[in-house]
Design a protein around this ligand. Structure first.
Ligand code: DGL
Length: 270
């Protein structure tokens, strides 16, 4: 009964943490492709090849359902995977849809035509690959009209977080928020469109100011996973062990993960 959670590195742990709190009895196999992070500066073919290799490893662990807790992989590879790669008896889900449903105040499965929603000016912070894919705007357009999205590619932030250099990460976040505000002075909402960014959520909120509502994925994805498993109990998978796999150096990655989640996390070599 295990579900797979994938990210290029440590960012997906923000989703794992929320899932563990929401579904404490659910065994989860986490896969961090730390040896190849960051994905955000890679091209779509490269992201597709790395993501399918990682997801295959999670299928081999007994996971029938894998969450891509990585916006970059969700943006650049998920659709191609769903169209031509994912076996019939498996599911791979991304992290955009729960976020957009929350932003547009829509319920799951609401397939009515796109309509005017409460927010009109949205700031999107994401990796360069996610921004250039325009996947967020595409998914949003299925559900809402009249929303102006200004995207800021936050170069360097993921590298700094993976390196554990939080001072650099904070300085970069503040300069990316400044750059965004020069393009859109008064966003009503800001989307943290990278699973590494919730680790910097307070900095984003502080730099944006108290009038901006910050949407962050972990809890939204955890709620949506709980709802999905309720409707598809068969997708809990055959595995019954929680474990943490990495393509990177397990000792180093375990240290970073333990620091971020403030509890002991032990990775093993994938
Ligand atoms: N945490 C990932 C995301 O949500 C990946 C970042 C990266 O590897 O560049 O986009």
């Amino acid at each position: 009964m295990s579900v797979g959670i994938f990210d290029s590195g440590l960012g997906g742990l923000t989703v794992l943490d929320a899932v563990t709190k929401r579904l404490p009895d659910l065994p989860v196999v986490y896969f961090g492709d730390n040896a190849h992070a960051p994905y955000g500066v890679r091209d779509a073919d490269d992201i597709y090849d790395l993501t399918t290799a990682a997801v295959q490893r999670l299928f081999d662990e007994g996971c029938d359902l894998v969450i891509l807790a990585c916006n970059t992989a969700s943006a650049a590879a998920l659709r191609r995977m769903q169209e031509s790669w994912v076996p019939r008896d498996k599911r791979v889900l991304g992290v955009f849809v729960p976020l957009i449903e929350a932003l547009t105040e829509r319920q799951w499965g609401d397939n009515s035509p796109p309509r005017q929603v409460a927010v009109q000016n949205v700031a999107l912070f994401a990796t360069p690959a996610t921004v250039s894919s325009r996947a967020f705007q595409r998914e949003l357009a299925f559900r809402a009209i009249g929303v102006d999205v200004e995207a800021q590619a936050c170069g360097g932030v993921v590298d700094a977080i993976e390196e554990g250099d939080m001072i650099l990460a904070e300085a970069l976040v503040r300069s990316h928020v400044d750059a965004l505000k020069r393009k859109m002075p008064k966003p009503e909402a800001a989307v943290l469109g990278c699973t590494h960014y919730p680790l910097m959520e307070e900095i984003f909120q502080d730099a944006l100011g108290p009038d901006v509502e910050v949407f962050s994925q972990p809890r939204l994805v955890a709620d949506s996973l709980a709802d999905y498993l309720e409707r598809h109990p068969d997708k809990r998978g055959a595995g019954d062990n929680s474990k943490f796999l990495t393509t990177g150096d397990p000792k180093r990655v375990s240290g970073g993960a333990t620091r971020f989640l403030r509890r002991e996390i032990t990775f093993e070599k994938a």
